[in-house]
Design a protein around this ligand. Structure first.
Ligand SMILES: [Zn+2]
Length: 261
């Protein structure tokens, strides 16, 4: 790559001293520079006349490698992409870190406790890197880009700055079942607590409603000395014919049609 191409980029530097030599994306020690967009794509981007920020910014070895083949033209897009890929790469240790507490390990076998502990350490590090919000930076043209984004997690109006604390609030106060909820939160809704809670409740209510329906059928079968398979099948049949029927209404219909003398 010729020098003329590299000169397309403005070099960005952290404005504050405590961020010097830190990776913009995760806060680890920076050993590379991430080019936005990547240097090896520059020629085609110029040829196609595509818009881009043309900035290079300090990055650690791992973040640099993760973003190397991402054709993303702005620092913000690269930042978001990095967090998503880092989250997927460390999904397992993050899950261990978020779901376990040190005090649960005493009852485990040494071997198991040891592997959970190792996962927690790795997961904690990944969680800190994910939570790193970047820093304000200046380019040679003295253009300053201010970033004050601290990660915030809104849980039905209660604001947390730490993901694990927000999760513990859902488990401890809102009484969600932790592994079900975690799966919905991380895999389906990328950490959006409010969407995940609404989906969790939606599913949970359906399960509860189905359970209540089964109880009603059992009680009904017992009371009227009917075979419960017959009652289940008939209720299903009525509900298929008229989806607006509740289990109770279907049972009433069954009673009127087949049992009442
Ligand atoms: Zn990094």
């Amino acid at each position: 790559m010729s020098k003329t191409l590299a000169s397309y980029y403005q070099q960005a530097y952290a404005c504050e001293q405590h961020n010097f030599n830190r990776c913009f994306y995760c806060g680890c020690e920076a050993t590379e520079r991430d080019h936005c967009p990547p240097l090896h794509m520059l020629q085609s981007i110029i040829d196609l006349g595509e818009e881009a920020e043309f900035i290079s910014i300090p990055a650690c070895y791992e973040c640099h490698a993760i973003l190397h083949n991402e054709r993303l033209m702005t620092i913000d897009e690269r930042f978001t992409k990095l967090k998503n890929k880092l989250g997927s790469k460390y999904a397992k240790p993050l899950r261990v870190y978020n779901m376990w507490h040190e005090n649960e390990l005493s009852d485990m076998s040494d071997e198991f406790a040891h592997s959970i502990k190792a996962g927690m350490v790795l997961g904690k590090e990944a969680a800190e890197r994910l939570a790193f919000s970047g820093f304000s930076y200046a380019t040679e043209e003295a253009k300053v880009t201010v970033r004050e984004k601290t990660a915030e997690f809104d849980v039905e109006g209660v604001i947390f700055t730490d993901f694990k604390e927000a999760l513990n609030h859902c488990i401890g106060v809102l009484k969600v079942q932790k592994s079900d909820f975690y799966k919905i939160l991380v895999e389906d809704y990328q950490g959006d607590f409010n969407k995940a809670l609404s989906q969790y409740r939606h599913r949970h209510d359906k399960v509860t409603a189905a359970k209540d329906g089964n109880c009603l059928i059992k009680d009904f079968a017992k009371l009227h000395k009917q075979n419960s398979d017959f009652v289940t099948r008939t209720v299903k049949h009525f509900i298929t014919k008229d989806p607006s029927l509740t289990t109770e209404a279907a049972l009433e219909q069954l009673y009127n049609n087949y049992i009442k003398k």
